[in-house]
Design a protein around this ligand. Structure first.
Ligand SMILES: [Zn+2]
Length: 167
C-alpha cells in the first residue's frame, strides 16, 4: 500500500483480493476520518510507558493523538515531494508527539533539542516504546468500494506518519 497526501486528502493505492482486481488509487479524507475517530481519541486513555535513555534520562512516552497525525499531515501540505530534511523534521515531530516528558521537563522546545543529540538506537528505543501504545483499535479502517467488483472492502491505514511519508 502506498500513500501520498495532499493536505488532509490522501490517496491510497489498493488492490482488492477479488479475481480481476487491479491496483487503483482511492481518496480518503483525513479530516472526516479524524471527526469519526474523535470519540476514540487515545488522549482519553491514560497509558504511558517509561524508557531510560543513556542510563540517566527517564523518558515518558504516550500514545500519539490522532490530532497529532492531522498536524503532521498539514506540515507536509502542498508539497508534492518531501526533501530528506522534510522527512527528518516530520520524523522528529512524530517522535515529539509521543513524548510526554523527559525527566521533569515537558517543554517541547527543550525536548526537541535533546532528541537531536540522541543516537539512532536511542531514538529507536523511544519509538518502540511509544509505538506499543499506539493502538487505536479497528477504527483506523476505512471502507472503500472496489472499482473492479463493486464490493465494499475494508482497508487498514498505517496511521504512523513516518510510514506515510518515508516509503
Ligand atoms: Zn473487488
Amino acid at each position: 500500500m502506498r500513500l501520498t497526501t495532499y493536505g488532509s486528502e490522501y490517496r491510497i493505492e489498493v488492490k482488492h483480493d477479488c479475481e480481476k482486481a487491479i491496483k487503483h488509487s482511492y481518496v480518503v479524507d483525513l479530516e472526516s476520518l479524524a471527526a469519526s475517530m474523535k470519540k476514540l481519541d487515545p488522549t482519553i486513555i491514560e497509558s504511558t510507558r517509561v524508557v531510560i535513555i543513556d542510563g540517566v534520562f527517564k523518558v515518558v512516552t504516550r500514545p500519539m493523538r490522532f490530532s497529532d497525525v492531522v498536524k503532521l499531515f498539514h506540515q507536509s501540505e502542498g508539497k508534492k515531494e518531501l526533501s530528506p530534511d522534510d522527512i527528518k523534521s516530520i520524523a522528529l515531530s512524530n517522535l515529539l508527539s509521543m513524548i510526554e516528558r523527559v525527566d521533569d521537563t515537558t517543554d517541547p522546545m527543550f525536548i526537541e533539542q535533546w532528541l537531536k543529540t540522541l543516537t539512532t538506537p536511542s531514538i529507536n528505543k523511544i519509538t518502540e516504546a511509544a509505538s506499543q501504545l499506539n493502538d487505536w483499535g479497528p477504527d483506523q479502517v476505512v471502507k472503500l468500494k472496489c472499482r473492479d467488483c463493486g464490493e465494499e472492502m475494508r482497508v487498514e491505514l498505517p496511521l504512523n506518519p513516518v510510514s506515510f511519508f518515508s516509503e
